[in-house]
Design a protein around this ligand. Structure first.
Ligand code: ASP
Ligand code: MG
Length: 424
């Protein structure tokens, strides 16, 4: 017998039939003798609709822009999850399962004061643990908690993944099963590479890289939280028949386990290839090569909330002038150029150049720490296909390569096969 938290996303609870299907997944685990808590999202499309209503409502016109009260935004958008938790509890009761719904404030899930993008600070799991011990299924609204002002706070879009992992940590669950519309985490995007394989296991750190690079299976923050609290997190499909063979196999269900690297026995050198589209490159030419110049560039960009990623500084030929190149999301280029223009005197450069429509392709694997030549393999494979590399950055477990947008798919396919990731 184990204690598990099951999380179902919006498409999995999109209508009453799908909620019935979710209830069958829950029943299977209850019948197996496990203690079960369930975290649900709003029915698919619901949160967008609620956000749209808030945006359409009349607003106070402030000094700079129209303004609405973020606490009331939260009061509105948190309602989607409340509906789903009640409907699932009703459905479970009809199947003769003891179940009740819980809103964030009832547990309580304590958050900070950042309404609309709150962080979970503390969860008191004692009531839920007690009820689960008595055989009751806790059906919990994701995405929401209670702020220090005693008002509902939401966790940012996609936040119910984070709710589920945080609850799993609070009740010391053996596993957190994230049921979603894909059946696991793949070596790369299967829409680009049909040979992509579903991973049996992936380490927290690798998943963090995959998730932040656009493998949109989980909210990035949920992976961070799982890593910090070592919550074994399992990604699996909610659309399979809940009673198909193997679905209830506790030790080896179908899907991908995100876990500590120690749990991964057969570690490959490279685990996956991720990519991020819509990157742009900005170069400052003939920049004064002196202490403080990087601070003069990146300080103002940070203050303007521009997310700078790869940074490459050339070694100057004569010790007086150099070039600096860095990447930002394409959508931020105009803003970045403006900020750099305003600070031209202070920074001291000659011209600024930029190029949009680039793609960052990354090779990810904790096995890289102990293997030489991983980067050289990528460079050779890309060269053989005539793909030009514009910038490179590396970390212990990742090599990122910036290339022209039209080569993205070819590069992902090439890298996927050069590390032997293609399925046979
Ligand atoms: N319903 C929320 C959203 O759409 C939270 C979630 O589904 O994770 O962002
Ligand atoms: Mg989601």
């Amino acid at each position: 017998m184990a204690r598990i938290v099951l999380k179902f996303g919006g498409t999995s609870v999109a209508d009453l039939d799908r909620i019935k299907n979710v209830a069958r997944h829950v029943k299977r685990e209850v019948d197996a003798g496990h203690e079960v808590a369930v975290v649900v999202s709003a029915m698919s499309g619901k949160t967008n609709e609620l956000v749209g209503w808030v945006q359409g409502a009349p607003k106070v016109v402030g000094a700079n822009s129209p303004f609405y009260d973020a606490r009331e935004y939260d009061a509105v958008v948190a309602s989607g999850e409340q509906v789903t938790s009640g409907l699932l509890a009703i459905t479970l009761q009809a199947m003769d399962i003891n179940a009740r719904s819980w809103q964030g404030w009832q547990i309580p899930i304590r958050t900070d004061n950042a309404h609309g993008a709150a962080r979970i600070l503390e969860i008191d799991g004692s009531d839920i643990i007690k009820r689960m011990g008595e055989g009751q299924v806790a059906v919990i609204s994701g995405f929401q908690g209670l702020g220090p002002d005693n008002r509902i706070a939401t966790l940012g879009r996609g936040g119910s993944d984070t709710s589920a992992v945080a609850i799993a940590a609070a009740v010391k669950a053996d596993r957190c099963d994230i049921y979603t519309d894909v059946d696991g985490v793949y070596t790369t995007d299967p829409r680009i590479v049909p040979q992509a394989r579903r991973l049996k296991k992936i380490a927290f750190e690798e998943m963090l890289e995959m998730a932040s690079l656009g493998a949109k299976v989980l909210q990035v923050r949920s992976v961070e939280l799982a890593m910090v609290h070592k919550v074994r997190t399992f990604v699996r499909s909610s659309f399979e028949d809940p009673d198909a063979p193997g679905m209830g196999d506790f030790l080896n269900p179908p899907g991908t386990l995100i876990c500590d690297e120690d749990e991964i026995v057969e570690q490959e050198v490279v685990t996956g290839i991720a990519y991020a589209k819509d990157e742009a490159q900005i170069s400052l030419r003939r920049l004064a090569d002196r202490p403080g110049v990087s601070a003069a560039i990146f300080g103002p960009l940070a203050e303007s909330h521009i997310n700078v990623d790869m940074i490459v500084q050339n070694i100057s030929e004569d010790g007086s002038k150099t070039d600096m190149t860095f990447t930002v999301p394409s959508g931020d280029v105009d803003k970045a150029i403006k900020v750099l223009g305003e600070n031209k005197e202070k920074i001291g450069y000659d011209v600024v150049q930029n190029e949009s429509g680039l793609v960052k392709v990354s090779v990810i694997g904790i096995g890289m720490r102990s293997h030489a030549g991983v980067a050289a393999t990528a460079f050779k494979a890309l060269a053989d296909k005539g793909i030009n590399i514009k910038a490179i950055t590396t970390s212990e477990i990742k090599i990122s390569i910036l290339i022209d947008g039209p080569y993205a798919e070819l590069a992902v396919r090439t890298l996927h096969s050069c590390y032997g990731l293609d399925k046979n």
